[in-house]
Write a protein that binds this ligand. Structure first.
Ligand SMILES: C[S@@+](CC[C@H](N)C(=O)[O-])C[C@H]1O[C@@H](n2cnc3c(N)ncnc32)[C@H](O)[C@@H]1O
Length: 270
């Protein structure tokens, strides 16, 4: 495999501003703010720690961490300069200038080794071509005993009830399209093994279910299907048109439910 140093299956600039992807990213993080707060607490994030938001995107989670942990030093890195500009602007508007935003690649992070108590990587690993190499690089950023927490997805844990005809073909086509760009929509099930292979200790994995009742069906569909739609084009997108219309119709069905399993994997630097 070629040396991985790119954004893998997440090239924000290639998606283009008309894609609405910045809005989707922000919606995705804002709608789940309450859940994020409780997950971070469960995973051991404490005030006063040195925290890194790895691949922070527009910085919604960096701000949430800084707001809820006023004594913590929060650093946030991302490969994409435009997303970092958006993150810096929003942080300044919220009076959170103490977050340090840096441009950098997860494979060679521009950060001092052994510096962090807690690193959070949300929705990054599904996009990486070489997740093991990324984990090895990130492990060195932790203090001994410091913890890496990864939040990511696995499409096998995504269900719409009732399920629109062709839904599995649609998710599989999106997974193939993401894999062609170096990503992996089934990364969730692999995270525990990858953390162990990268030399982390105390590895734990659990799956948290998020439903359409928590997010609202419209937001649930926008968050979980929006990026998949962007991955498809031409005949594959045309083939999915009926399925996507049936999924959208669930918004008007008060009896419909939808679920997604969010994987939380953690490991410590021993
Ligand atoms: C789906 S977004 C998630 C953003 C943010 N963590 C969130 O949850 O809102 C994936 C992010 O990973 C970043 N990214 C992808 N490859 C990267 C790499 N090699 N190094 C650093 N960031 C990377 C992208 O620029 C993008 O901001």
């Amino acid at each position: 495999m070629a040396a991985a140093s790119s954004a893998g299956s997440y090239d924000f600039n290639a998606l283009g501003t008309a894609s609405g992807e910045l809005d989707r990213l922000q919606l995705q993080a804002r709608r789940s703010a309450e859940l994020e707060r409780s997950l971070l607490l469960q995973m051991g994030l404490q005030d006063g720690q040195d925290v890194l938001d790895l691949a922070c995107g527009p910085g919604v989670i960096s701000r949430l961490i800084a707001e809820t942990h006023p004594a913590s030093r929060v650093t946030a890195i991302d490969l994409n300069g435009d997303l970092l500009d958006a993150a810096r602007q929003e942080a300044a508007a919220a009076g959170l200038e103490r977050i340090t935003f840096l441009q950098g690649d997860v494979y060679a992070p521009p950060l001092e080794p052994g510096r962090f108590d807690f690193i959070y990587a949300r929705l990054l690993f599904q996009h990486l071509e070489d997740p093991l190499r990324a984990l090895q690089a990130v492990r060195g950023l932790l203090k001994p005993g410091g913890k890496l927490c990864i939040m990511d997805i696995d499409d096998a844990w995504l269900s719409l009830v009732p399920e629109p005809e062709g839904f599995r073909s649609f998710t599989e086509a999106a997974a193939r399209a993401q894999a062609r760009q170096g990503g992996n929509r089934h990364i969730g099930r692999e995270l525990g093994g990858l953390l162990e292979a990268a030399g982390f200790g105390d590895v734990a994995v659990h799956v948290e279910t998020v439903s359409s009742r928590q997010l609202g069906m419209r937001a649930f569909l926008d968050i979980t299907l929006g990026f998949k739609r962007l991955l498809l084009s031409g005949a594959e997108l045309e083939a999915a048109a009926g399925t996507l219309a049936a999924a959208d119709a669930l918004v008007d069905d008060p009896q419909a439910w939808a679920f997604v399993g969010v994987f939380l994997a953690s490991g410590c630097r021993v």
